[in-house]
Design a binder for this molecule. Structure first.
Ligand code: NAD
Ligand code: UDP
Length: 310
């Protein structure tokens, strides 16, 4: 049986990789995006693909893509500088936009998968983070436009499941990188790799002792695809549990690029989480999933993309 899927945020980093995976699985796909942080270049390779259709639109305006079996809700600015620049838009897409996407799933009896985030845990007091942890989020700090939009979107998704019977899924995505990660959207991997390739100093914020756990994009998309086929309605962490300090991350980038860039230090942004590491027990047991690609391997697999953007 052939399926038709709607992907919101299809021109973004993760959305475009998800579209590729769905097409490879035999789906027809309609992608929508308003290009606020995404780019048509991420979908250029699909120009001749008859099973892929694209519409430029803002999902905060109600729309009807026609009958679909799956809705994947990926639209939202995702990098800190971008969601701070697009603060109100980020709140709107997490609330109004997500509700519009849920209404489409409800109308057509489609399954729904929402792209949530490890930011729901804020600056976590429990380490590593299991899905049962409720988080430590500043509701009025600068990052709250993203964190609270994402937490509200989870609440909305559960309510459409409980009260309207939509078959919903939620993935809490931990820092993911790979080809098509926007070279200048300010996330740590794209910043460090572009700086290393340009022989510029790597900009470490704070003392670089804060940690993140980096997942390569193909591992993430595989976990998300498995989750979409599952019966699980509660949030599932998908991420790579190997944890790095930001200084260790800088070191890995220097090694893989062969760069001799220096490090330079800049102030830590307000409320920057001190640590992040997923507990992936649920993904392992429910989905039989675990990541396969190490940070150094993933960086090596990303280099051609970043070099092409120099
Ligand atoms: P991205 O910025 O590359 O992609 C987001 C896409 O959504 C962009 O193409 C953008 O133009 C589009 N978009 C934003 N607002 C829209 C609107 N109102 N209507 C239509 N399109 C809109 O970011 P990404 O890294 O691909 O993130 C995709 C999703 O995954 C986001 O929801 C993000 O919160 C989530 N996520 C990503 C990460 C990560 O590490 N990459 C981590 C946690 C969560
Ligand atoms: N960071 C950094 N230098 C940069 C960009 C980011 O040291 O050029 C740090 C940032 O302060 C944070 C971590 O790297 O501690 C991850 O930042 P990113 O913006 O990629 O994602 P976050 O996990 O904070 O949403």
């Amino acid at each position: 049986m052939s399926h038709r899927a709607l992907v919101t945020g299809a021109a973004g980093f993760l959305g475009s990789h998800l579209v590729d995976r769905l097409l490879a699985e035999g789906f027809s796909v309609i992608g929508v995006d308003n290009f606020s942080t995404g780019s048509a270049a991420n979908l250029a390779h699909l120009a001749g693909e008859s099973r892929f259709q694209f519409e430029e639109r803002d999902i905060c305006q109600p729309f009807d893509p026609g009958p679909v079996d799956f809705v994947f809700n990926f639209a939202s600015p995702a990098s800190p500088p971008e969601y701070l620049r697009l603060a109100l838009e980020t709140l709107h897409v997490g609330s109004i936009g997500t509700e519009n996407a849920l209404a489409i799933a409800h109308k057509y009896g489609a399954s729904f998968l929402h792209a949530s985030t490890s930011e729901c845990y804020g600056d976590p007091l429990v380490h590593p983070q299991p899905e049962s942890y409720w988080g430590n989020v500043n509701p009025v700090g600068p990052r709250s436009v993203y964190d609270e939009a994402k937490r509200y979107a989870e609440s909305l998704t559960m309510a459409w499941h409980r009260y309207r019977g939509v078959n919903t899924h939620m993935v809490r995505i931990f820092n993911t990188y790979g080809p098509r990660l926007h070279p200048s959207d300010g996330r740590v991997i794209s910043n460090f790799v572009m700086q290393a390739l340009r022989s510029e100093p790597l900009t470490v914020y704070g003392d670089g002792q804060q940690t993140r756990s980096f997942c390569f994009v193909s591992d993430l998309i595989d976990g998300i695809y498995r989750l979409s086929r599952s019966d699980e309605h509660m949030p599932v962490n998908i991420g790579n549990p190997t944890e790095f300090t930001i200084l260790e991350c800088a070191q890995a980038v220097l090694e893989v690029t062969g760069s001799s860039s220096a490090l330079t230090y800049a102030p830590l942004p307000q409320d920057d989480p001190t640590r992040r590491r997923p507990d992936i027990t649920r993904a392992r047991t429910l989905l039989g999933w675990e990541p396969k690609i190490s940070l150094r391997e993933g960086l090596a697999l990303s280099l051609d993309f970043f070099r092409s953007r120099l």
